[in-house]
Each structure stands twice: as C-alpha cells, then as structure tokens.
Design a protein around this ligand. Structure first.
Ligand code: BES
Ligand code: MN
Ligand code: ZN
Length: 487
C-alpha cells in the first residue's frame, strides 16, 4: 500500500472513493468534494441522523457520480480532538476500505488542521493496514489497498508519518515471531542485517564475550537455554558533530518460561512478546538511520531465553553484574531486571546524557495501570516530563509511578548481596524500577518504561491488531527528533 500526499483540486482528481473526516456536528470538510456531491452526502447523513461521533462511519453510495462512494468518518467534538484521534480514525478507515475491497481512496481532512494531525493520519493509515499473516497458507482475505492519497497534507510530513509507522510495523512483525523462529542468536542476526541495510554500526557479543566482559547477569539468565545469549549494540552517529548522545535499551527475552520458577501454562502463553523492548529498539534504530538526526543514538539489547534446565540459574544464586554489584536471585522469573542490570551498566559506560529503557518487566505494572498504559519511572523530573509531553502527541499512554519511597526501596536491599531481584508482593513495578536504578551510572538522566501491558494487545482496537503493538517506537523517535530541535 502506498500512502502519499495529494495537493491540487479534488474536483479534477480521477478517483472513485473518498474518505471524509468530520467533526461532530460540523460536516464542513465535505464541501471539499464539490457542491453537488457534498449536498447529496449531507442529505444522506441527515436521513441516517449521522452526527460524526468518534469512530462513527457512514458509507454513502453515489451511483453515476464522479466519486461513487464516500465514507464519512467521525472525529468527535472539535475541541476534544488530539493527534491520536486522527491516527485512530485513519486506521479505522483503512480497515474498512480493506474489508470492502476498495483499491484506492483519497482522505479528506477538515480545514485548518495542524501538521501533526496530517502526520498522525499518515501513521494511522500505515498502522491500520498492518496484518501478520505470513503463516497462513490460504491467501484468502488478503486484500491489499494499493493507494491512499492524503489531500492537502504536506509531502514531508506524510513521509515522516509513514517512516514512523513502518518502523513500528517492523517491530510488531518481530514481536509476533515465535520463540522457535526468533531466539537470541537469530535476533542478533536480524540486528546485523538491519545495520547492514541502513548503514548502522553493529557489534554482537556471543556467550563467551558476554562472560569475558563481566556481564554475568545476562549470561546467567541465558544459560539454561539450548540457545545461548547475545548482547547487541547498534550505533548511529551523525556526520556532523552530535548535539547530544542517548542510549535506548530494550529487554530482549525471546521467550520467558519463568525458568526454574516456571510459569503456569496460562501465564507462559504469549511470552514470545517478552522481547518487545528489544524489537522496539530495532524499530527505532531503523527509523533513526533514515532520519539522520544530529544526535548520537545507541541501541542496546541483552538477548536471552529464560528456560528451566540442569544448566539454568537458580533461586539463591548470587551473581556479579557488569558494574560490580552483586544480585541475589529470589525468583528466576524476575529475569528481565537481571538482564537489564548488565545492559544498563554497559549503556552507562558509553556516557550518554540520557538513557531510555523499555521492558515488558512486571505483571504488577498491568495490575496498577491496566494493559493499555505503560508505567514511567525516572531519576529526573525534567526528563520524565519531556517524555510525557512527547507521549501525549504520539498517543502512547504513559503514567508516572513514584521512585521516592525509601521504605519500599529497602525491600530490594535485603539479603546477603547488594540487591535481591524481587521486592515482595506490593509495589512490584516500583521495586523492579528501583532495582534497575542500581545499574544506571552517576549523573545520567534515565527513564524506564514498563511496557508489559501495552506491548501486546489481546484484542483489535484503534490502530492495533491482536498481537505485538510496537509500543514505544513512536515516542522514542519523536523524542530523539525533539533533542535535535526538529520539532
Ligand atoms: N515478562 C514478565 C512480565 C510480564 C508479565 C510481561 C505479563 C507481560 C505480561 C516478567 O519477566 C515476570 O515474569 N515478572 C514477574 C516478576 C515476579 C516474579 C517478581 C511477574 O510480574 O510476575
Ligand atoms: Mn519472567
Ligand atoms: Zn520476562
């Protein structure tokens, strides 16, 4: 499917289908179709008592007219509209066009919308057309739209929107691949392939090098699996002097069985998604390599498979992480933070001004915030606020949870080692974040996103389908662009 900008007179465009986005109780964008067609559509809408509430779609057939079918898509009240409203509406339109097997259409937005709304519409179209059906043998219901024209949208803005959405769809594809296809070794191969295609630096460390570098935490988590762990470091460096340096770290558990503290079947199901943070990192690096901002970006992934076996790490084990701190293992199913201990230590040694990590870290975060919102944790109020501001625009819901509860912090500081890998029953997302903070270098501003909920969708909604969502990709890219002053 091609999405592109169309600038010019709609009345001279040869196209049979149009999608017109309208505010609730304000159908003025219809007039762009020309007076005759607009009047006919309005009459049909009146008969149906169509109001333009968000998500309300009306299909109007105009046999014999220049435009033969018009879909009117409601955006809801004008003063309530956000970027994400356009993203959702655009995806909804694409899903409907696909269902009705419409090959080409022009999208018409209300007058006076901002560039960010045009961009969100382009993103929504690309995100909404996503499907993961490569393992379906019958090619039925595989209709592809060939072209979407975005009327009045600036070309550069449309291209940016497409690029962001494609980076996200790439991440979704990787997340959806099962553990028998993507394991630590094949994930590292994919990173190398990506780096080659887009001209990024890529260094992969194998299980021997991981041990030599003192990343025994990552190694320990991975050692129970028949497939050894990998450590992946992708680098983007701008040609000119960089304005800033940032590291993006992703949890890369290609499958999380729980290890010796094995998960019951119901909980183990979908744990191929435990690599979502890593997949987001790859999506971000793919986009950054193309956008070429004046910011140095490091993409870092500790990839491992958490399995029970005679070689597996155990409860009671005490492990030395890369930064010299010792971790006592209480529960082998709290493995993500153990791998991230080394990934964050490594990232800190690169001396970035900022680190963002994304991890499907705790079920507790989903209990706290529900499955559609990521937990945000930070050691820097300012950085946290900046990410929240960007996330408002990208529509990726985040909510900050506190890091200042010193009594709670004591729960991970118990036992014979410096830290223990669980903090007990209550505040599980917070104690996990506090554990990670132990491995963030002095003076580095850090944001941790616990994406356990939103990384995976159990149902189809908005621009998501059932499965991996690519959550975090858009927010991180937009944040990096903001560092450069592009936005
Ligand atoms: N990968 C899981 C967290 C998770 C759960 C992500 C559900 C997505 C959906 C993580 O490794 C884990 O198992 N966490 C444990 C921690 C506990 C043992 C302290 C959890 O949340 O139950
Ligand atoms: Mn686990
Ligand atoms: Zn996990």
């Amino acid at each position: 499917m091609e999405v592109k900008s169309f600038k010019g007179d709609l009345k001279s465009l040869q196209i049979k289908s149009a999608v017109v986005f309208v505010y609730e109780g304000d159908m003025r964008s219809l007039s762009k179709l020309g007076r005759g067609i607009s009047a006919k559509v309005r009459r049909a809408l009146e008969l149906e008592e169509y109001k333009g509430k968000e998500g309300q779609v009306e299909k109007v057939l105009l046999p014999g007219q220049r435009i033969e079918v018009v879909y009117v898509v409601g955006l809801g009240k004008k003063d309530k509209v956000e970027e994400d409203t356009f993203r959702r509406a655009s995806a909804l339109a694409v899903k409907r066009l696909k269902k009705d097997k419409i090959d080409k259409a022009v999208f018409v937005l209300p007058r006076g919308v901002r560039d960010s709304h045009h961009q969100a519409t382009a993103e929504g179209a690309v995100l909404g057309s996503y499907s993961f059906d490569k393992y379906k043998s019958k090619k039925e219901d595989r209709f592809e739209i060939s072209e979407i024209l975005l009327e009045g949208s600036p070309d550069e803005i449309v291209k940016l929107g497409i690029l962001l959405a494609e980076a996200q769809n790439y991440a979704r594809n990787l997340v959806n691949e099962p553990g028998n296809v993507i394991n630590p070794v094949t994930l590292a191969e994919e990173a190398e392939r990506l780096a080659k295609e887009y001209g990024l630096e890529c260094r992969v460390y194998d299980e021997k090098e991981i041990q030599e570098m003192g990343m025994l935490a990552l190694w320990s988590v991975g050692k129970g699996s028949a497939t050894p762990p990998r450590f992946i470091h992708l680098t983007y460096k701008p040609k000119e002097k960089a304005k800033d340096r940032i590291a993006i770290v992703g949890k890369g558990l290609t499958f999380d069985s729980g290890g010796l503290n094995i998960k019951p079947g119901d909980y183990m199901r979908t744990m191929k998604m435990d690599k979502s943070g890593a997949c987001a990192v790859l999506g971000i690096m793919k986009a950054i390599a193309q956008l070429k901002p004046r910011v140095e970006v490091h993409g870092i992934i500790g990839a491992a498979e958490n399995m029970p076996s005679g070689n597996a790490y155990r409860p009671d084990d005490i492990i030395r992480a890369k930064n010299g701190k010792h971790i006592e293992i209480d529960n082998t199913d709290a493995e993500g933070r153990v791998t991230l201990a080394d990934a964050l230590s490594y990232a800190s040694e690169l001396k970035p001004s900022k680190i963002i990590d994304m991890a499907t870290l705790t079920g507790a975060c989903m209990v706290a915030l529900g499955e559609y919102t990521a937990g945000l944790f930070t050691n820097s109020g300012r950085f946290g606020e900046e990410i929240k501001k960007v996330a408002k625009r990208t529509g990726e819901r985040v909510w900050e949870l506190p890091m200042d509860d010193e009594r709670l912090r004591k729960k991970i500081k118990k036992g014979p080692a410096d830290v223990v890998n669980t903090g007990g029953r209550y505040g599980g997302a917070i104690t996990a974040a506090m554990f990670l903070e132990e491995f963030v270098g002095e003076g580095i501003e850090w944001v941790h996103l616990d994406i356990a909920g939103p990384a995976w969708s159990r149902e189809e909604y908005g621009y998501y389908t059932q499965g991996g969502t690519g959550f975090g990709v858009r927010t991180c890219i937009e944040y990096i662009l903001s560092l450069e002053g592009r936005k």
